[in-house]
Design a protein around this ligand. Sequence first.
Ligand code: TRP
Ligand code: SF4
Length: 356
Amino acid sequence: MTEPIQTAPALQRVLSGMRPTGKLHLGNYRGALYNWIQLQHMYECYFFIADWHALTTDYADTSRVKENILDVALDWLGAGLDPELCTMFVQSWVPQHAELHLLFSMITPLGWLERVPSYKEQQENLVGKDLSTYGFLGYPLLQSADILIYQPDFVPVGQDQVAHVELTREVARRFNNFYPAEPLVLPEPQHLLTPSPKLPGTDGRKMSKSYGNTVLMSDPEPEIRQKLKTMVTDPARIRRSDPGNPDVCPVFDLHKIFSTPETQQKVREGCTTAGIGCIECKGWLADAVVAELAPIQERRRQYESKPYEVWQILDAGSAKARKRAEVTMQQVRDAMHLIQIKSPTRAQDFAAGKTQ
Ligand code: TRP
Ligand code: SF4
């Protein structure tokens, strides 16, 4: 009797990316990064900095791309993404993404891209930029290539990216239809709707770089306190003696994310009875935010002092990603009957009529 061989089940694969928009704010942190840090313990994870995607809107001045990549990588490492547990890389260092994007561009009807909701929305919102470019229309198709090239099971994204994952599944389906293989070359991934609370910024609108209402993960403590002190509150609470309503107050929305249940209870009671003032309430919030960010900022500083190590991490991650992406690309090229020169003798084989 031989024992059945026990092999560890292969981990399911996860892929996600972020555009390098500069230093990350609390919305980016809680909306995405915080989840990624949990996921790296559960899945085979690929996380990348989408520098080509940044060019779709910021093509005219590319002078800050490099600095922005480093800032994003520093925030990732500071927050606890661990290069031992996940593969962190830069999109443009894996040229296979561009090759797959090109092949997808051959099979994707224009209407599919024109229908993606973010296309018209962004064109209308980002005034002052000419977004009637080929690359901007292709934004979600490049994203489809980013995703499918790793043949992932899951793509953790916020609600705003679900339409892009849906398009990705349609592109995969169309590809598999035209170029069938067993097993399918491009399995359809699923989006993983991780908790991604919409954090309000200091003006009460959604925290966003374009609104100038952010608190950065790397802001020094006095700046965090100052920014939170100016945050808008329940507009009906005008005087200190007016009771307030935490359920309509953006400060309380942040308490719900960063403060303990005890502090939240203390705020609710103090606010509704006018027992506390808003300045005091915001001070407690700042305490919680500062405490959560302290170890993150400490780790960030360590990496800031040796940026070459950060570039090395991205370089090594990109090499791993290229290897994995190339595995898929060989299957893609084979399925599409594109000639691949895999070895020096390959050209001779071809000439001799050996096409496999
Ligand atoms: N479009 C994503 C964003 O703006 C970034 C992104 C690019 C991405 N490629 C991706 C996210 C692939 C997930 C998977 O946030
Ligand atoms: Fe908002 Fe706090 Fe002021 Fe109440 S006490 S209105 S929760 S800031």
